[in-house]
Structures are given as structure tokens and as C-alpha cells.
Write a protein that binds this ligand. Structure first.
Ligand code: SF4
Length: 187
């Protein structure tokens, strides 16, 4: 039977860049280098849902972790991950291996160990003196995004361990090399 029984969970926009906030994109459609590699090596791909697209649509503004860190968004993240969680449980109980979850560092939702932060973002733009005063506050912090954090909690509750990897959109080349290096050991 031609079936490797190895699966990778991918953040949605690695297969569909159109879900990203307008103006943010490093590729035309799918992250070709990563996807080609996964296909070539025989990994099955489970595409996670995009929580921001599902809440804010294609015309949403870019936001920070603090803006998304609400009970409403967390509840939504849990809800959309539930069907994936069911698949994960069923695959594992049938001898399949969840080799990695690949998120997007810097994202306020899908960052694995880096997310974007700005403590006082929110409200009307005209309350700020300038665009620079808004963007000056923005920083990257060593923390997961809100969706990823909810995923981690859901996996921990079921005692499921899946290695977490991330594409770093600020430095895709080196993060992709690290991902490939890790996955080579899983082929
Ligand atoms: S929320 Fe996640 S899946 Fe959606 S665009 Fe942002 S990083 Fe990609």
C-alpha cells in the first residue's frame, strides 16, 4: 500500500496566501518551496483554518496579539480547531503519525514562538498623532499567537505531543531550512 502515514498540520495561508491581511504576501498562492518539499517527501497535509479570515474577512486591518486576545476570539479558535482535533485523535489511534505543526512566526494568531505585540493598539485612528506613533509601538515578542496557544492547550488536554515548527515570514529562507532539516529526520 502506497501510504507513508505521516501527516503535517499547516497554517492555512501556507497553502493560500490570499487569507493574509491585505498587503502581506511573499508568494503568489501557496508557499511553493515548503509545499513541494512536503509533497516530494510523502507527507500528507492537513490545512488548518484561518481564524482571522473567518472572523474579519479579507478587508480586515492587521492586528496584534493583545487585540485578538479576547474570550470571543479564543472561543472561536477552539471551535474551528475542534474538527481538526478530532482528525488528529483518529489518525493517531489508527497508527498515523502527526510529524509536525507548522505555523507562521510573527502572526498574532498563528505565531509559534514569536508574535506581534502593541499594548495600546485599538480604537479610532484619529486618536493617534501619526501613523508612525502607531507603528512605533509594534514589537515582536517571544510568545505564541492566540490561535496557536489555543491549539497547544487543546493538544495538552489530550496529552498529544506534536513538534511545533514555524515559517518566519521575515526570514523564510533560514526558517525553511530548519523545517526541512527537522523533517528529514522524519522521512
Ligand atoms: S491568521 Fe494564521 S492562517 Fe490566517 S493569515 Fe494569519 S497566519 Fe495565516
Amino acid at each position: 500500500m502506497l501510504r507513508a502515514k505521516k501527516l503535517v498540520l499547516l497554517s492555512h495561508c501556507l497553502l493560500n496566501v490570499n487569507a493574509k491581511v491585505g498587503g502581506l504576501a511573499n508568494y503568489l498562492g501557496a508557499q511553493e518551496e515548503l509545499i513541494s518539499y512536503l509533497v516530494q517527501k510523502g507527507f500528507g497535509i492537513i490545512q488548518l483554518p484561518c481564524p482571522e479570515m473567518g472572523c474579519g474577512g479579507a478587508r480586515r486591518w492587521g492586528q496584534t496579539r493583545q487585540q485578538l486576545d479576547t474570550p470571543f476570539f479564543r472561543d472561536y479558535c477552539q471551535k474551528i480547531f475542534r474538527p481538526i482535533m478530532h482528525q488528529v485523535i483518529d489518525y493517531i489511534s489508527n497508527g498515523y503519525e502527526l510529524v509536525a505543526l507548522i505555523g507562521i512566526n510573527s502572526s498574532p494568531s498563528c505565531g509559534v514562538n514569536i508574535t506581534c505585540s502593541a499594548a495600546s493598539w485599538g480604537g479610532e485612528l484619529h486618536n493617534w498623532s501619526s501613523i508612525e506613533s502607531i507603528t512605533q509601538e509594534l514589537e515582536l515578542i517571544p510568545y505564541p499567537g492566540v490561535f496557536m496557544e489555543q491549539i497547544i492547550i487543546s493538544l495538552e488536554v489530550k496529552d498529544i505531543k506534536i513538534p511545533l515548527l514555524a515559517v518566519d515570514e521575515a526570514d523564510p529562507a533560514s526558517s525553511l531550512s530548519e523545517i526541512k532539516l527537522f523533517l528529514e529526520g522524519e522521512v
